[in-house]
Design a protein. Structure first.
Length: 456
């Protein structure tokens, strides 16, 4: 699809209302994020319309004058002079040259009501997508696993249900006639039928998710039984470089794209080069400010790997001027899923994007002073990745114990188990067997001793 988008760009505009309690920097950061979300969907945002208001317009989100300005820019003739809610004529339209490109969509940086979206669409002549709809569409396109697809479908159906009536109004009589198919009860309208079908489908999907969750818990328990509890979870804001870091730490081919929400499904790989104990690394879905509530609830299960981890790697984009806001978003979501008590290592990634060597050194010094114990690095620098690798291994080795094990020559089949679960510091051969001096987790060593004690 990306090749098509490059050949034939799809143009859009963005719009947002700045409320009195929102600072200029926060407002601009949110708009920048909206443009990035639009880019992820394949749109090119050519113009942004902003307006300062005490509150959203109840009929069309933006004020009537701003809506007319958008209509003029999108090169759509207005058939009438609209009046605002108080019956006043529209505000004078600022002179802005009409777009030379065909505008396909209007992105709104808030979740708006179905009637606001319908009125905005009618008055501006553009297809309207609010922030929630954009994120849901991205999740829908990117979900790969059965669980992720089911969770996204639940969130989309929950979003659609209250909008069915407005969609039917926009479609006209024919759209309303087509909205329901079969199974209609006495006195039940087509819209009500559609809503009932949505409720039934959500209930069905929730049952599927419960079944999949039980299956995933069993798989995780088996994996942890085999590998111990040495696991690391990458968490952080979307587009902070988690997938690039995942690939660097594990030597695996995972999707790396400069797009928001490039990764939705949790990926689990082994830390490479392998260490003792063997460490599993998992990547999780990225966080974002104002993530739709339905998705926060639905996607908590994708963060289960984070809850099971012995160490969280909180990845932050050091080159983003708004990283403090992103850091706050991640902290808030982790607290919501009760993962804020887990050991955490802050990793300021993308330091190579900050500027020249002097600018990087200055930013690194400032970050280390503000966040003691943090790691400042670039996932694209092998030396930086190697240092992080050592730090991860050191974290899991701090509780390891040393022990002596004796393996008779008649039981050499257990030799592989010793090397797989422990670090062998020394091996000494004698007439009746071999002595090993090992370092490993106490539970792994106890398990080996039990197996050795059961030998005939």
């Amino acid at each position: 699809m990306s090749a098509e988008v490059k050949e034939k760009p799809v143009y859009a505009i963005a719009a947002s209302v700045q409320l009195p309690n929102v600072s200029d920097s926060e407002f601009e950061a949110s708009l920048t994020e909206l443009r990035e979300l639009a880019k992820t969907l394949g749109y090119t945002v050519v113009e942004t319309f902003t307006q300062k208001r005490a509150g959203f317009d109840t009929t069309g989100y933006l004020g009537v004058g701003k809506r007319e300005e958008i209509r003029c820019f999108a090169n759509i003739d207005s058939g009438h002079e609209a009046a605002d809610e108080d019956g006043e004529p529209p505000a004078p339209v600022p002179t802005r040259a009409p777009s030379t490109q065909k505008i396909e969509a209007l992105f709104v940086d808030h979740e708006i009501s179905p009637s606001q979206a319908r009125n905005l669409e009618k008055e501006t002549g553009c297809e309207v997508m609010d922030r929630t709809m954009v994120i849901l569409e991205i999740f829908h396109r990117n979900a790969r696993s059965r669980a992720a697809k089911a969770q996204v479908e639940i969130a989309r159906l929950g979003y659609m249900a209250p909008r069915l009536r407005e969609a039917a109004k926009l479609a006209g009589p024919q759209g309303r006639q087509r909205s329901g198919v079969g199974g209609r009860g006495a006195g039940e309208s087509h819209t009500e039928l559609d809503r009932r079908k949505i409720r039934d489908r959500i209930a069905e999907l929730q049952l599927e998710i419960v079944a999949m969750e039980a299956e995933r818990k069993t798989q995780r328990a088996r994996r942890q039984e085999r590998q111990g509890l040495a696991s690391v979870a990458l968490v952080g804001y979307t587009n902070a470089g988690k997938s690039t870091l995942m690939r660097a730490l594990t030597g695996s081919e995972v999707l790396v794209a400069n797009k928001l929400f490039a990764t939705l499904d949790t990926t689990v790989r082994t830390l490479y080069p392998e260490s003792v104990p063997r460490v599993l690394v998992s990547d999780t879905v990225g966080f974002i400010k104002n993530l739709p509530h339905g998705l926060v609830a639905s996607f908590k299960s994708t963060l289960d790997e984070a809850l099971d981890a012995g160490l969280l790697l909180h990845v932050i984009d050091a080159s983003d001027p708004g990283f403090a806001r992103q850091l706050e978003v991640t902290d808030t979501v982790l607290a919501e899923i009760d993962a804020d008590t887990l050991p955490r290592l802050r990793i300021f990634n993308k330091i190579d994007h900050v500027g020249d060597a002097a600018a990087q050194a200055e930013r690194e010094a400032a970050l280390r002073e503000q966040y003691p114990g943090c790691v400042v690095m670039s996932a694209r620098r092998p030396d930086d990745v190697a240092r992080l690798h050592q730090r991860i291994v050191a974290f899991f080795q701090q509780d390891l114990v040393e022990a002596e094990l004796f393996l008779p020559w008649t039981a050499q089949q257990l030799r592989g188990a010793i090397f797989a679960s422990c670090q062998v510091l020394d091996e000494r051969a004698e007439a009746d067997g071999a002595h090993f001096r090992v370092r490993g987790e106490a539970a792994a060593i106890d398990s080996l001793r039990e197996r050795l004690a059961q030998l005939p």
